[in-house]
Structures are given as C-alpha cells and as structure tokens.
Design a protein around this ligand. Sequence first.
Ligand code: COA
Length: 327
Amino acid sequence: MAKRIKIIGTGSYLPEKILTNFDLEKMVETSDQWITERTGIKERRIADDNTAVSDLMTEAAKNAIEMANIPVEKIDGILVATVTPDMMFPSTACIIQNNLGIKQGFAFDLSAGCSGFLYALEVAHNFIASGKYKNLLVIGGETLSKITNWSDRNTCVLFGDGAGAAIVTESNDDSGLLSSVIGAKGEYGDLLYQPAGGSRMPASKETVEKNLHTIFMNGREVFNHAVRTMVSAANEALETAGVEGSDISIFIPHQANVRIMQSTAKRLHIPIEKVFINIDKYANTSAGTLPIALDQAVRNGKIKKGDLILFDVFGAGLTWGAAVMRW
Ligand SMILES: CC(C)(COP(=O)(O)OP(=O)(O)OC[C@H]1O[C@@H](n2cnc3c(N)ncnc32)[C@H](O)[C@@H]1OP(=O)(O)O)[C@@H](O)C(=O)NCCC(=O)NCCS
C-alpha cells in the first residue's frame, strides 16, 4: 500500500429505547429462547419516531471528533455508509456536515449494506493515499427499525438502530491499516433487499399496503453465503497484511448472527475469547456494527496500542470486506 491510514478517534451512539425479545413475543409468533439460540440476540435499540439516522450519526461523529481532538475546520470530507438515509437526497453526509457546522470539504453517502463501513474506510484510504485529503470523517449506521416489517418474524427479530464513526488520517508510524479488501457478488442481490421506494418500484398506495418498503430476506441462503464469504475475505486480508489468524489480538466481525461469528472464527483459527460480540445488546445495525464495536472495544480498553485488529463484514448486495489494522 502507498500511504497508510490510521484511526485517531472513534465514537458511537445508540438510541435509548430498548426492545427485548420478550417485547417481540407480544408482537409476533416467536420466543426469547428461539431468538437467543438461533441468533444470540437478546435486545436491540430502537430510534423514536422523530429520530433519523443523521441524528444518531451526528452524535457518534461528535464523540469521534472529541476523541481525535481535531478542530472540525480540519476535516476534509465526510463519508457515510447507510441503507437507511434520512431521505433519497440530499445525502445524509451533507445533513451531518451541516449539523456539525463544517463548511469545507466533500460529503457523500455510499450504499453497501452491512459492508458499508469497510467500503467507506477503503474509499477514505485511497482518498488519503492520493495525497489530496488529510483527515476524513467516516460514519456507518442505520435506523433499520424504520424499514422493518414488524409482523414478519423472519426478519423483525434480527435488526436494530445505531451508528458509529471514525476520524481517519494519514499514519506516520507503524500503526494503521495493513490491508483492506472489498468485493461484491451482484448476482445474489435478491437474497436481501428492499423492493420499493426506488426507480424500479416508486412508492404507491399498493407498495405501502404490501409492505414493500421493508426488508425482504432469504435468511438461510444469506447465512450460507455469509460464513463462506467472510472466511475467504478474512484470509485474503490476513495474507495481504502478512499475518496469521493466530496473530490477531481482536476479531471484530459483522454482528449479524452469533453462529455466523462463531463459525467464521473457528475456520480462521481465532479463539472465541478474541471475538468481539455485542449482538446480544444491539442486534444487527448493518453498517453500524463495525464502528460501534470498534468504539466500544477502544473505550472499554479491549484494544491497546500495537494490537492487531481483524475486521470482517458481509451484507446486502451481496457485498463483503475485510481489513487488518494495527492500533
Ligand atoms: C434468519 C435466521 C436467524 C434463521 O435461522 P435458521 O436456523 O436458519 O432458521 P430457519 O430459516 O431454518 O427456520 C427454522 C424455522 O424457524 C422459523 N422461524 C423463523 N423466524 C422465527 C422466529 N423469529 N421465531 C420463531 N421461529 C422462527 C421458520 O419459520 C422455520 O420454521 P419452519 O421450519 O416451520 O419453516 C438465520 O438464517 C440467519 O441468521 N441468517 C442470516 C441473516 C442475516 O445475517 N442477515 C443479514 C446479513 S448482513
């Protein structure tokens, strides 16, 4: 890699309202036992009616900026990864730029499902490596509760709301991103999607009545692809970085299902104690899971200077990504 990047500040923000599995038992034909055993999820956070994803992201960004101790005047651009933007346009990144009082630089969103944060990190890496930009604000997060069909037990138990952010800058020491790989398999797009609301199927009375503005998923197929793809992505990132699974200090996988995380870790020969898991508390927050987990691990002292971190994601698209970073 040309110039290396590193993260100098992290932040996250989760809405206060908690929806437990027991609450869901009253809404659909499910049980705490089924959800816990099949997914590892116990509860999730839900944004209230007046809260949009930019509100969660703005708070996460403020926390990252505070940790990085950087004036907002020095932020050269904002990259937002989400599939639940405030609206189709302007971008959520532009809304956040205004919320933060940032007057300079670019701002745009990218859509890569649950892989969004690593996609955005890879873009930030190449922007900074070009020498044109120095400090970038990278944010991932969702308000998936707003596109969840709360009468579909196959999906509604899996998702939650939350956002995480990072300040990314050029690294002048041996810390930072050692490798980063991203990819997509567009032929599997129909395994996980939101049918209506775009130009293929604009909003109409019918699309609303048929709940087509919500998440549709073939869970079993997605599960099968997830483990295989996450293992190969992680192996590629490890190899590019020149390290082994056993060298990793902490493994931060996408929080989609604890069984996916366990199977992936096992195949990568990473002991389960090294896997960062918070899905029990927040469920799958899509592009939010990685930056939220990273922020919590940093603030709880689970990541120390010099530690090797392996990130691994998988999501709608289908998309995938993995990265190795020395803290
Ligand atoms: C969705 C998922 C948890 C289902 O778990 P599973 O072990 O594969 O379960 P199956 O799909 O085989 O379904 C088993 C049964 O449980 C039922 N079921 C599904 N959701 C249920 C729920 N919330 N409560 C109770 N039963 C449920 C199914 O209807 C099915 O019943 P049937 O056998 O009578 O048809 C799992 O497939 C998964 O996590 N997939 C990946 C999803 C994901 O990560 N998506 C985001 C990617 S970024």
